[in-house]
Design a protein around this ligand. Structure first.
Ligand code: KG4
Ligand code: ZN
Length: 353
């Protein structure tokens, strides 16, 4: 059998991504973003994102094919994010994926977006170990997962956020201090010159009586808002860099502490950090320092593979194909609120039984 050449399609938020992966190797990708079109609204507008996906789909696919040096006819399988995400946005990429799969008469696989984030790391660092703890930190999710075989085994949720996701907290705090959208990169840049110990913002749910792996970021956001208000009431300039750095430090402390707690509890030795917030330099540095001190192997994808892209979806598709999974078929529907139980959507009958 010749090697599969898997096209991955991502459109769950404001990035239109196409990636091409064969046997764990990223051959090439194309990526377009409508982020600048959402800036004036302070967040992603689903209808604008959907229209932008529609306009970007064919040109971005062409870029991916050229980057990979393959023809459309070389594609042997197609994988697409079918959830979770903005329903209107997911629909467009999924429809594009169906069109390609149908016209080439090749199998289609629905992929869970968050499994894609985890698979992104395999494109840089090779196959995941038999078991690992995966910390997913994105704009919509913050979860600690016990992952075994990413595509064959059920994914165990140890904890999730009870309110805002980590990325959402970055976006909201960026708006509060006037750093604009998208907030994560803006906070990162704004924090560089700041003092992370200037303000002691709350580290929620770290006490012994709290859920061991759950997160909460809404209190932190409120605390930052109160601090900003205090400066404004006094007619003083808000020390944006110090606020940004102290906020970042509070988020990072909680994320790394809980992820390492899961590693210890489960007796594992590999921590994988993925999702848009994994692009954060402070998170990467603090996690590295604390994993080194604890003798834990840390895996984080390169920054360009942390935020949404098509390569990560192709990576899951490639793993599914090589594991012998049955295709999801052209009839699959978008599932905007899919929970991560397994990498494929919908979950195959009897999965994990
Ligand atoms: O994974 P992703 O690209 O999309 C979702 O699946 O949500 O994550 C987007 C999130 C946004 O909230 C964005 O502000 C955050 O990732 N982000 C960052 C950084 N780059 C992106 N957060 C902190 N620091 C960054 N450098
Ligand atoms: Zn994402």
């Amino acid at each position: 059998m010749t090697a599969p050449v898997v096209l991955g399609v991502e459109s769950s938020c404001d990035e239109t991504g196409f990636g091409i992966v064969s046997e764990g190797v990223l051959l090439g990708q194309g990526l377009a973003s409508s982020a600048s079109q959402h800036a004036e609204f302070g967040g992603v507008v689903p209808e604008i994102a959907a229209r932008a996906h529609l306009e970007a789909a064919v040109p971005t696919l062409r870029i991916a094919l050229a980057d990979a040096g393959v023809e459309l006819g070389d594609i042997t399988h197609v994988a697409a994010t079918s959830g979770p995400g903005l329903a209107t946005a997911v629909h467009v990429g999924l429809a594009a994926a169906k069109a390609v799969a149908w016209s080439l008469d090749v199998p289609l696989y629905g992929v869970h977006h968050l499994a894609g984030h985890a698979a992104a790391d395999t494109l840089e660092h090779g196959p995941l170990p038999d078991e690992s703890i995966v910390l997913i930190v994105s704009g919509g999710h913050t979860s600690i997962l016990h992952v075994r075989d990413l595509v064959r085994d059920p994914i165990e949720h140890l904890g999730d956020t009870v309110d805002d996701a980590a990325g959402e907290a970055f976006d909201k705090v960026a708006r509060l201090v006037g750093l604009g959208y998208p907030g994560g990169p803006a906070i990162s840049r704004g924090a560089v010159e700041g003092d992370p110990t200037a303000f002691s913002f709350p580290r929620a749910m770290l006490r012994a009586q709290d859920a061991r792996y759950a997160f909460s970021f809404s209190g932190l956001k409120t605390s930052v808002a109160r601090t900003v208000e205090t400066f404004e009431r006094r007619g003083e300039a808000v020390p944006v860099a110090d606020v940004a750095a102290s906020f970042e430090q509070a988020v990072v402390d909680v994320l790394v502490t809980k992820a390492l707690r899961a590693i210890g509890d489960r007796g594992l030795s590999t921590l994988v950090i993925v999702g848009g917030v994994a692009a954060n330099a402070r998170l990467r540095a603090v996690a590295q320092e604390r994993c080194d001190a604890a003798g834990i192997a840390l895996r984080i994808p390169p920054m360009r593979l942390c935020t949404d892209n098509g390569a990560m979806i192709a990576a899951v598709g490639d793993l599914l194909v090589r594991s012998g999974a049955s295709p999801s078929g052209l009839a699959i529907a978008a599932d905007s609120s899919a929970v991560l139980h397994g990498a494929q959507l919908p979950l195959p009958a009897g999965f994990g039984a």
